[in-house]
Design a protein around this ligand. Structure first.
Ligand code: CU
Length: 251
């Protein structure tokens, strides 16, 4: 059985969240596909067979398993997973089996409803982001968006300062990263870019952007988004280790 939810028209060049999904079916059963995208012509939907310990899904195109993936940032598929209160972010890369089904073990430190964004491109480079969701039992821990507008954080011994600025039709996020001695570390390439930043709003709006600029002064540029609040989850690689930091931002 398959559900086709109406495709939402998108207000920005990026993505809009899709409507809340219907309650998931039993574990091990397809919970129905739904779609979201930045192209109205897309027929692609996700079919979700995930369990409590594994994310399992396929992408379908008119009932057939889609396999015509292109490579985006060194991978065919990126999964951005975050609880729907913008806590517990993960960036995962599942494996595709011979039948075109994607799988990756999945665990979280807290129960609750997770948004899973399947982010990929077709061979012809058409980008897609399809969101599906999964509710996990277990202790939910501290909940809520708990906005925090601190613009300096320390992660893994690095001090990271966040400098957003909006001018006209452009939003720029600059990051200043320094080590304990006050030196700027060398940012290594991670998944084909010196920085990855995903901005997600409480309504699920999703913007994925990549760093440009000098290796020591990463900068992300995007169009002004539609929602009044976003959490920016940003990843850099230093000395072979990926560091993830998040900052809250009001356009
Ligand atoms: Cu990225």
């Amino acid at each position: 059985m398959k559900y086709f939810l109406p495709l939402l028209t998108v207000g920005s060049v990026f993505l809009s969240a899709c409507a809340p999904t219907s309650p998931s079916a039993q574990h091990g059963q397809p919970s129905g596909g739904h779609k979201q995208g930045n192209t109205e012509a897309s027929n692609l939907v996700v079919r979700d067979w995930s369990t409590d310990t594994e994310i399992v899904f396929s992408v379908e195109d008119d009932g057939k398993t889609f396999t015509d993936y292109g490579i985006s940032h060194t991978k065919e598929m990126h999964l951005i997973v975050v609880r729907n209160d913008l806590q517990h972010f993960q960036h995962l890369h599942p494996e595709r089996d011979a039948d075109g089904i994607w799988r990756i073990p999945f665990g979280t430190p807290a129960g609750g409803t997770y948004w899973i964004y399947a982010d990929f491109i077709e061979k012809n480079e058409l980008p897609h982001t399809i969101r599906f969701e999964r509710t996990l039992s277990g202790n939910r821990g501290a909940e809520g968006i708990n906005k925090n507008f601190e613009n300096v954080k320390t992660v893994d011994g690095y001090r990271i300062a966040f400098h957003p600025s909006v001018s006209g039709e452009e939003v720029t996020f600059r990051y200043d990263i320094t080590n304990i001695n006050g030196d700027k570390p060398h940012l290594e390439e991670y998944l084909g870019a010196i920085g990855h930043s995903v901005l997600i709003s409480p309504s699920g709006d999703f913007i994925h952007t990549h760093a440009s600029g000098e290796r020591e002064e990463p900068m992300f540029i995007t169009a002004p988004p539609r929602d009044p609040f976003y959490r920016a989850f940003t990843q850099f690689q230093i000395n072979g280790k990926v560091l993830t930091v998040d900052f809250d931002w009001q356009p």
